[in-house]
Write a protein that binds this ligand. Structure first.
Ligand code: 26V
Length: 841
């Protein structure tokens, strides 16, 4: 990379670059780390840690040896970071999350440490190709989607900004299921990321906390006006720590991701074993260790539901013991906890931490209620990631009473005091009180975890401007009135290290050439790229870079699906979880309409398109799985129809994960962000695609609104009902007879789906789906169809004007600086955690 901005091949910017804050030059690599040093290090690891010699080593052996050699370099920085944090006695941030969707780490670690070229060179000298090793590494898929990936981006940015942070979560034996597509249907298979071990982690058998469940609570009269409570759990499980170093940019600081694994205190019941009951002797152990077996156990059964609650308490209880032990060791008194500790709750999943903190302070540390509560609320803050009612957690009171009896008592007390405060402010309306209560009495008694998280936190944040506004206006409307100023916005961000530098080295190089080397450290320096929006040389380079990525993706598509696509066609992508609100169905309806239109007018000025889908449906989500089947049925018919050959292809890439995202995003021309307005909290894929120069077609939902504000109306394709219009339409009724009567095209599309054109073997397959769109269109698919189709034709027109397309693409990339997770973390640090950021974004 060049150090000084534009090389001669690139013309000068049309206007002066904006003033950009100078940054100190990046730290240089230690001098001794060159290809030879890394070669020796890798060979030593291969011999002494892997136990192989180069002649017989497999790719996996080389991957292990390389990872261990790189890890050594990180460990050195990790230890110095830990020491510095300890010595400075800085406030620490604890990010509690049931999900960390990390992906692969080798390329990431190489890039963060600046070791990519030395290691590439070292391996080449040994006859090994680094790119081949990259593919050996399994994705760490310890998350479902956006929320888990955000946690991973945030961990990286916290390390980059040198925030002293720990991530806490669960080390699931099996991450998110592997998706296969059989006859067009989704099938789920277990994912086995740990089969060959995990070279990044350090097991800490000595970091072992006991976590209790069930049992009884003894009440002890200490004096006339003082009682103490002692929880006597019925069973306990051990939480064992596994640590992974999280390297920040240029490895200036390294934080820790600590994941807990469940282990039964007794390996087996020896008495039963000796009596010949070999399976029974292990049963208790299997039951306890199930806690860290799988990500997101199905909550379709009572047993699954209970396991999920056990997971939540398990990781929270272990994490809080760890946090308190560290605080006591470094600072002594727990009264200083709010000065030294900030705990961020990633959604409501770890909310029981608020109650656990109260239990520790009250029952173990013997604090009075008010002091304990003040400390707790000062320490915790909570991020809301969805407004969907079915995703808002609430736990049945009987289950809580059985599994966590002392916690349930404390929740009742928190609620009583909270409602007392509400009444003291003059609110006596029964409806209002039950809306504010922590206990939902409407369908069985349940604990509202969102309310609990709100009351026990000093700040609550939404994840985009629109979403935070809706958080205030909807779920927490009443609470917001009693606790104003608690709800704030923290618009999501993404780490540019993974989603630009790693995923798209070609574009990164172009950006360095145009914006200067500073762009690697300061996302705002991207703005300079805009000066090249009309520069033919730069446009040509951008096009060449994109095309190379499209060729790579076309190869993946051919290998995985045996479908050939042209890299000269527009790659139109929708990659995300399959959910009705995300409206993959709207996209499919448009494909069917377009297919008909092309067949009716084969000579038209059509834009060749490849429609690319990827995403997983929840295993129990019937409707989402049917949408996958429909996408595949439509793909089969369209892809073999000679009438549209060269103009339209449809592909559904199976098993979407972080690595597949890294392959698709730099190859995308058009980004589909078409959720029903008001339903996508933020989206982060939208940011990744725009950063890589995709144009967005989208609704005014989530962070799309802010993306539009940044790129400008001319460089994004916005369509469809707004949040308020969706509300109004729902109030009017969601029977879409009027909409369909007014749209012959939509009617034709629905008729085709309903009559089995795409499912000749089972004509009724999509009948229910079509009926839902006609008579019960909660997600406004029919309502937004015409606007979407028309806007897609505007996209076509822009594509035909190549200069205009690339101008918009460059502007998209140039104006994405705001969406760096460094900016997001800096805001959390200042407005919520009150911690200094050593390195400024
Ligand atoms: C959870 C569930 C669970 C059960 C049934 C259906 C359902 C639907 C959605 C969810 C969402 C869980 C929380 C989540 O992942 N939210 C995502 O968080 C991202 C990071 O803030 C954000 O960009 C996405 O818009 C938001 O959907």
């Amino acid at each position: 990379m060049t150090e000084t901005g534009a090389p001669p091949a690139i013309s000068e910017p049309s206007r002066e670059p904006d003033a950009i804050r100078p940054l100190p030059p990046p730290p240089a690599l230690p001098e001794e780390v060159d290809g030879d040093v890394m070669r020796a290090a890798i060979l030593a690891k291969l011999t002494y840690a892997v136990g192989k010699n180069p002649e017989v080593a497999s790719k996996r052996d080389w991957f292990l040896a390389t990872t261990l050699a790189v890890r050594d370099r990180i460990v050195e920085r990790w230890m110095s970071s830990t020491r510095k944090t300890y010595e400075s006695k800085r406030k620490r941030v604890y990010y509690l999350s049931l999900e960390f969707l990390i992906g692969r780490l080798l390329i990431d670690a190489l890039m963060e440490t600046g070791l990519t070229e030395p290691v590439r060179e070292a391996l080449a000298g040994l006859g090994v190709d680094l790119d081949e090793l990259r593919k050996i590494e399994p994705d760490a898929a310890l998350g479902n989607g956006g929320l888990g990936r955000l946690a991973a981006c945030f961990m990286e940015s916290m390390a980059t900004l040198q925030v002293a942070a720990h991530g806490y979560g669960i080390r699931y034996d099996h991450g998110l299921f592997r998706q296969a597509i059989k006859d067009g249907w989704q099938r789920e298979y277990p994912e086995n990321w740990l089969t060959f071990g995990n070279p990044w982690e350090f097991e800490r058998p000595e970091v072992d906390y006991s976590v209790g469940f069930g049992g009884t609570v003894d009440t002890i009269e200490v004096s006339e006006d003082e009682t103490r409570h002692v929880w006597k759990p019925e069973e306990t499980v051990d939480a064992i720590a596994f640590d992974t170093p999280v390297t920040g940019w240029r490895a200036a600081h390294v934080n820790t991701l600590r994941l807990w694994s469940a282990r039964a205190p007794d390996a087996l019941r020896l008495d039963a074993f000796n009596q010949g009951d070999h399976v029974g002797a292990l049963a208790a152990r299997v039951r306890l260790e199930a806690i860290s077996k799988v990500l997101y156990p199905s909550d379709a059964t009572p047993a699954g539901l209970e396991l999920r609650l056990r997971q939540e308490y398990f990781f929270v209880a272990a994490s809080l013991q760890d946090i308190i032990r560290r605080h006591k060791q470094h600072h002594g008194d727990l009264r200083t906890l709010p000065d030294k500790v900030a705990v961020q709750l990633n959604d409501t999943h770890p909310t029981i931490a608020i109650v656990e903190m109260m239990r520790i302070l009250l029952d173990q540390e013997e604090f009075g209620w008010d002091d304990a509560w003040d400390i707790t609320t000062a320490v915790f803050s909570y991020t809301n990631h969805t407004l969907l009612p079915e995703a808002l957690e609430s736990w049945p009171v009987p289950l809580m009473e059985r599994l966590l009896p002392r916690h349930m008592q404390i929740i009742y007390l928190i609620n009583a005091l909270h409602l007392e405060l509400v009444r003291s402010r003059g609110e006596h309306d029964g409806g209002m009180l039950s809306a504010l209560s922590l206990i939902d009495e409407s369908h069985g008694r349940r604990v509202r975890m969102g309310h609990l998280a709100f009351i026990g936190s000093h700040k609550i944040n939404g994840v985009s401007a629109l979403h935070s506004d809706l958080v205030k206006r909807t779920v927490f409307n009443h609470l917001d009135r009693f606790y104003p100023d608690r709800i704030v916005n923290k618009t999501n961000g993404i780490t540019f290290r993974r989603w630009l530098f790693e995923a798209n080295p070609g574009l990164t190089k172009l950006l360095v050439d145009c914006c200067g080397a500073q762009v690697m450290d300061d996302p705002n320096a991207l703005a300079r790229f805009e000066h090249y929006a009309d520069d033919a040389g730069v446009v040509d380079r951008f096009q060449t870079i994109r095309r190379a990525k499209k060729v790579e993706l076309a190869k993946i598509i051919r290998q995985r699906l045996e479908v050939t696509v042209s890299p000269d066609a527009m790659f139109d992508v929708q990659i995300k979880r399959i959910h009705e609100y995300k409206r993959q169905l709207l996209n499919i309806l448009e494909i069917v309409a377009l297919y008909d239109a092309i067949r009716a007018n084969p000579g038209g000025n059509w834009v060749p398109r490849v429609k690319i889908f990827a995403g997983k449906a929840a295993a129990s989500y019937h409707q989402a799985k049917l949408i996958i089947k429909l996408a595949n049925d439509v793909a089969r018919l369209v892809n073999r129809d000679p009438a549209v050959r060269g103009l339209l292809k449809v592909v559904f890439l199976p098993n979407y994960n972080v690595s597949l995202a890294e392959a698709i995003i730099p190859a995308a021309d058009l980004s589909e962000q078409i959720s029903t307005a008001g339903m996508e909290a933020s989206g982060t894929g939208n940011m990744k695609l725009a950063l890589n120069g995709s144009l967005t077609i989208g609704t005014l939902d989530g962070a799309n609104v802010e993306i539009r504000d940044h790129v400008g109306d001319d460089n994004i394709f916005i369509f469809g009902l707004t949040t308020d219009e969706v509300d109004a339409r729902r109030r009017k009724g969601i029977d879409m007879a009027d909409v369909i009567a007014a749209s012959p095209m939509l009617e034709e599309v629905l008729d085709a789906l309903g009559s089995g054109v795409f499912s000749p073997g089972e004509p009724g397959r999509f009948g229910d789906l079509v009926n839902t769109l006609k008579y019960h269109d909660y997600f406004m698919v029919a309502a937004d169809f015409d606007a979407y189709y028309a806007t897609q034709r505007l996209v076509d027109a822009r594509w035909h004007d190549r200069a205009a397309w690339w101008r918009s693409a460059i502007i998209n990339t140039a104006r994405m600086g705001f969406f760096s997770s460094d900016r997001a973390i800096a805001e959390y640090a200042t407005d919520i955690w009150n911690v200094p950021i050593v390195a400024k974004p």
